[in-house]
Design a protein around this ligand. Structure first.
Ligand SMILES: Cc1cc2nc3c(=O)[nH]c(=O)nc-3n(C[C@H](O)[C@H](O)[C@H](O)COP(=O)(O)OP(=O)(O)OC[C@H]3O[C@@H](n4cnc5c(N)ncnc54)[C@H](O)[C@@H]3O)c2cc1C
Length: 383
């Protein structure tokens, strides 16, 4: 076993840690207050090589491994949780396009994703199908050289900021899960309308709905084989779930670091808060839980890099990462006292932001289903 990162990975971590501390953290709450997506920072991440980690060099990326992508998720999470969507979405979408799309799509979109010039969202969820993603009702009907898409997508990250979306639709409703395909659809395609939500957190991500009315796209916008898109593309979620665990852990570790500094200085009854076990033990509990989830995440990424099965590891990280992180941030908020309840400090926003990813990309139960299927067996899942 070897738990160490390479020198190159440690250097990348150092660069991103400094960038997060100096350039992201001071402005983290600004984008939430102003309700805007800081696209210039997505481009900055492009310059730092973060957007193209899972994109081949010939398309402007670096073909870095998944472990390195995990480092980016963790470190950016320390500075601005919402910018970690750039790490996660670009890794997920970069992989999907690289592995499954045709050359025209790769050449058109991958360089723009890597540079941060384009933002692409992924649209699966619908008003009547979330956890049961196979139950989507959006359809894509083939008509000569085109597909015509109709339906509604809900809860989609970057709905108001994206330049294009990977949209899942049924090409053969009789086949259930196996009748679903994925398409890339540019935001300004006639018939596609994007609206925004007023969310509790992740405000600068601009989550919203997509309405598709007779959206006509050329047949070569299909990603992967017709009716096989779901299985091919779902594999990407084993990556995004590991990254999400690290995004959340990064935000929580940063909160713990800030809180440790606070409890060393702040006094009650003549002594620093840190000397009271009622203060230090909760910090230790959250630190321990976060360390465990962090290393399970890196283990999952290592397994993915080595072509080994990692769905249940990924599901365990997606289930416990956001949960342990929001619990840690909540505790940090309490240990900082009443000031942390104001918008002067970032803790209340981190709490709101991290809770979003207890739902996004699959709830705790959805991930527990994946683990149950693996360790107990498929037959007992739908008994
Ligand atoms: C911040 C955020 C970002 C998101 N980004 C995207 C995005 O970019 N693209 C996208 O397509 N979607 C996105 N989503 C949507 C997200 O993937 C769905 O909300 C999620 O899959 C849950 O679906 P649902 O909301 O319809 O809840 P439901 O499926 O209705 O579930 C409601 C509750 O019931 C539980 N439940 C459901 N079925 C079972 C069962 N069989 N056993 C036990 N419990 C069950 C769930 O765990 C949940 O607690 C995002 C959501 C959020 C909050």
């Amino acid at each position: 076993m070897n738990f160490s990162f390479t020198e190159e990975q440690e250097y990348f971590r150092k660069i991103l840690k400094e960038f997060a501390k100096d350039e992201l953290l001071p402005q983290y709450t600004k984008w939430d207050r102003e309700g805007i997506t800081p696209k210039h920072l997505w481009r900055k991440l492009g310059q730092l090589g973060v957007n193209g980690l899972r994109i081949p060099a010939e398309y402007g990326g670096s073909s870095a491994d998944c472990l390195t992508t995990g480092i980016a998720a963790e470190e950016i999470g320390r500075g601005d949780f919402n910018l970690t969507y750039a790490v996660m979405l670009n890794a997920l979408i970069g992989e999907i396009i690289t592995k499954h799309a045709n050359e025209n799509i790769r050449a058109e979109w991958l360089p723009k994703i890597a540079s941060g010039e384009a933002i692409i969202g992924i649209a699966i969820t619908e008003p009547s199908a979330g956890t049961d993603a196979g139950g989507i009702q959006t359809t894509a009907k083939r008509s000569g050289d085109t597909y015509v898409l109709n339906g509604e997508k809900s809860g989609i990250s970057v709905a108001t900021a994206a330049d294009a979306f990977i949209i899942f639709a049924k090409t053969n409703p009789q086949l259930g899960n196996r009748g679903i395909s994925a398409f890339i659809v540019s935001k300004d395609t006639p018939g596609l309308e994007c609206t925004s939500y007023e969310d509790m957190g992740n405000v600068s991500i601009g989550r919203g709905s997509l309405y598709l009315q007779d959206v006509e796209i050329h047949a070569d916008h299909l990603i992967g084989q017709e009716n096989e898109g779901f299985a091919q593309v779902m594999n990407g979620f084993d990556l995004s779930r590991l990254l999400i665990g690290l995004q959340c852990a990064g935000a929580a570790f940063q909160s713990l670091d800030e809180t440790i500094e606070h409890v060393k200085i702040r006094k009650s009854f003549g002594k620093p808060l840190a000397v009271y076990q009622g203060v230090s033990f909760p910090i230790v509990t959250h630190y321990t839980q976060l360390e465990m989830v962090k290393w399970q995440a890196y283990r999952g990424l290592w397994l993915r890099d080595h072509g080994q099965k990692h769905s249940k590891e990924s599901a365990s990280v997606k289930w416990l990462g956001p949960k342990y992180s929001q619990e840690a941030i909540h505790e940090c908020l309490l240990l900082n006292g009443h000031y942390a309840y104001t918008k002067e400090m970032p803790l209340e926003q981190r709490l709101r932001d991290v809770i979003g990813l207890e739902i996004g990309d699959g709830t705790a139960q959805a991930n527990q289903m994946v683990i149950a299927k693996d360790i107990i067996g498929r037959d007992f899942r739908s008994y």
